[in-house]
Design a protein around this ligand. Structure first.
Ligand SMILES: [Zn+2]
Ligand SMILES: [Zn+2]
Ligand SMILES: [Zn+2]
Length: 252
């Protein structure tokens, strides 16, 4: 059994957006369940607890009594690593951190890692075994070196693909070899007329869904604009495509 919990499903601004008076942001202020925190997830099996991205700012509280076996980073944009700036000054066993080759990283994380043990950058398309979970980094298209991850455990395969705009051909070909039980994918924007530059809009996310044909696709990294669009159009999504909310858990 593998459990994937979406701890955060928002874009860089989160929901509510500071200062925004739109319907979605208003709703998220009065209804906590409509909030979207920084995009991140927790993967749990009988043997391992792995965090996917470290953008939540309360990581030290959340994991104080529940140690992490490792942290997988998709990339070093602030909304995916900002929680590590506090977590690093914790005590105890080092926490291994895995991610793409990005010499710049983010601010002084590499210089002052504290308890974070930054491992050598992962090699694209190479499968690693982290406490029994197969982890294969898959390059994405974004403004910083970014990995999605193909995660496999027993016979279950999950692709976690954010942040990205479309998919590089090689990554598409690679993922196409596998039956995917679930795909979690960047869908920051509602359908746009002009092609988006750095994140999927719904059109691109659905195009990838059509090509990879997973059993279930979960849209994440959603902006308040996407939520606004969903208020009127959620019913138009294909049956196998669902919109993530913070705290959603999937047991596979
Ligand atoms: Zn992001
Ligand atoms: Zn808003
Ligand atoms: Zn990003």
């Amino acid at each position: 059994m593998i459990k994937l919990s979406l701890l955060g499903t928002g874009d860089v601004r989160q929901v509510p957006v500071f200062g925004c008076q739109c319907k979605v942001c208003y709703r998220a202020r009065v209804d906590v369940s409509a909030r979207r925190r920084p995009c991140s997830a927790l993967l749990e099996t009988d043997q391992a607890t792995l965090l996917l991205d470290g953008g939540l700012t309360d990581l030290a509280e959340r994991f104080d009594q529940k140690p992490l076996d490792g942290i997988l980073l998709t990339h070093y944009h602030v909304d995916h690593v900002q929680g590590l700036f506090h977590l690093r000054w914790g005590l105890g066993e080092p926490v291994p951190v895995y991610g793409p080759d990005d010499q710049e990283g983010c601010a002084d994380l590499f210089k002052h890692p504290g308890i974070l043990d930054f491992q050598r950058p992962l090699v694209p398309f190479e499968r690693y075994n982290l406490h029994g979970v197969g982890v294969t980094p898959v390059p994405l298209q974004h403004s910083k070196p970014t990995f999605g991850y193909l995660l496999d455990y027993q016979n279950v395969r999950i692709a976690y693909l954010t942040d990205t705009v479309g998919l590089p051909d090689e990554s598409m070909k690679f993922l196409n070899q596998f039956w995917l039980d679930m795909m979690v994918i960047d869908c920051s924007h509602p359908p746009q007329d002009t092609p988006p530059r750095n994140h999927n809009d719904l059109n691109l996310a659905l195009e990838i869904h059509g090509k990879l044909n997973p059993a279930k696709t979960v849209l994440t990294h959603l902006s308040h604009h996407m939520d606004l669009w969903l208020m009127d159009n959620a019913a138009t999504l294909p049956e196998s495509v669902v919109v993530a909310s913070d705290g959603d858990s999937f047991i596979l």
